[in-house]
Design a protein around this ligand. Sequence first.
Ligand SMILES: Nc1ncnc2c1ncn2[C@@H]1O[C@H](COP(=O)(O)OP(=O)(O)OP(=O)(O)O)[C@@H](O)[C@H]1O
Ligand SMILES: [Mg+2]
Length: 139
Amino acid sequence: MTVGIPLLEVRGLARAFGGLRAVDALSFDVQAGEIVGLLGPNGSGKTTALNLISGALRPDSGSVRFLGRELSGQPAHRIVRAGIARTFQLVRVFESMTVLENVQAGRMFGADTGADRPDAQALLARVGLAGQAARRADE
Ligand SMILES: Nc1ncnc2c1ncn2[C@@H]1O[C@H](COP(=O)(O)OP(=O)(O)OP(=O)(O)O)[C@@H](O)[C@H]1O
Ligand SMILES: [Mg+2]
C-alpha cells in the first residue's frame, strides 16, 4: 500500500443539472483502511457524488484522485480498473445471465484480487446456491 498519500482525494467536485447545483465544492479524503460515510437529507447530492466518483456522471469541475492518479472525467470502465467499485441502493441481477455468471461479473472488481480468493462457484456454495449455478438468474 502506498504510504503518505490518501487512498481517495476528492477536491472541489461539482455537478449541476440545469440550474440545480446537486454537488458543489465537495472535498474530502479517505485514508487506506478507513470507512467513511456520506450523510445528508434526501436530495442533498449523495448519489450524485458517488456517480461522479465512479464515473457514471462527469463532473463539471473538480478532481478525484485515487492513489494519486487523476480519475475525474474518465469513463466508468477505466475507473473500475483503477480499483474503485460501487454498489447500488437497489440490488438487481443480470436476468439473462446464469447465476454463476452473475457472481463472476461482480467478482471481477474490488480489492480482493489475490490468487487464493474463492472462485465464483465456491462463493455460491457458501450461500447454498451451488446447485443453481447453471440456471438463468430470472428463474
Ligand atoms: N440525472 C439527474 N437529472 C436531474 N436532476 C438530478 C439528476 N440526478 C439527481 N438530480 C437532482 O439532484 C439532487 C441531488 O440528488 P441525489 O440523488 O444525488 O440526492 P441523494 O442525496 O442521493 O438523495 P436520496 O437520499 O433521496 O437518495 C436532487 O435535487 C435530484 O433531484
Ligand atoms: Mg441517493
